[in-house]
Design a protein around this ligand. Structure first.
Ligand SMILES: Nc1nc2c(ncn2[C@@H]2O[C@H](COP(=O)(O)OP(=O)(O)OP(=O)(O)O)[C@@H](O)[C@H]2O)c(=O)[nH]1
Ligand SMILES: [Mg+2]
Length: 210
């Protein structure tokens, strides 16, 4: 995918602050520190469009990025990191739930799970929630540069058994670029699917206030 424009629109906490756009949105969700923001930078070949950090809990708002004037990437705050203060963690769940449940522009979710760790209960809950709602998503196993080839094969099999063969799973590394092409093809497919729904046809205009 050739990226000719990628810009930060705004960070939102409440629904009223979401941008009034009508283009497909791809959200990146997962545990704090799993590499969501790094993944967005890597997919867009931008080093610092999105801030990343060694310290978990950096992304605290729902951040919207406008790509190629035709779709939006949504960087969600991460969940479930013990060192993030409790009051901050408590405010994240309703913020993310509201977005995932109510945003009509949401075309699909990239669920990011650390390839070196067992999925947590919160990862499981997110995936069950998406499966229950019949919502399209893809699982990205992040930081795959940290694990070897044979480990990847075992993990792919275990992941497919865990979440079912119909769940697409890809390895990803923001360091080596592994999985970029595959994740991009899922993103394009998800956006196209959203655009082809009868109630979205012809509606994907870009509001000039943005
Ligand atoms: N080795 C390796 N490190 C990575 C990769 N992706 C991210 N990291 C590192 O992991 C840390 C967290 O990355 P972020 O992208 O800020 O993670 P995040 O999921 O956005 O975190 P929150 O905003 O806290 O939810 C940083 O130190 C990154 O450099 C990767 O693919 N490989
Ligand atoms: Mg982040």
């Amino acid at each position: 995918m050739k990226i000719f424009s990628a810009e930060f629109i705004r960070g939102a906490e409440a629904r009223k602050d979401y941008p009034p756009t009508h283009v497909p949105e791809i959200a990146f969700a997962g545990r704090s520190n799993v590499g969501k923001s790094s993944m967005i930078n890597s997919l867009l070949s931008r080093k610092n469009l999105v801030r990343t950090s060694k310290t978990p809990g950096l992304t605290r708002k729902i951040n919207f990025f406008f790509i190629n004037n035709s779709f939006i990437f949504v960087d969600l705050p991460g969940y479930g990191y013990a060192s993030v203060p409790m009051d901050v963690r408590r405010s994240w769940a309703p913020m993310v739930n509201t977005y995932l449940t109510e945003r009509k522009q949401l075309a699909g979710v990239v669920v990011i799970v650390d390839s070196r760790r067992e999925p947590t209960e919160l990862d499981e809950n997110l995936i069950k929630f998406l499966q229950f709602r019949g919502f399209p998503f893809v699982v990205a196993l992040s930081k795959a540069d940290k694990i070897g080839h044979s480990e990847r094969m075992t993990l792919m099999k275990a992941t497919s058994e865990r979440w079912g063969p119909e769940t697409p799973v890809e390895f990803f590394s923001s360091v080596t670029g592994l999985g970029r092409k595959e994740i991009w093809s899922h993103i394009i497919e998800l956006s196209d699917k959203w655009r082809s729904k009868p109630h979205n046809k012809g509606k994907f205009t870009i509001n000039s206030d943005v």
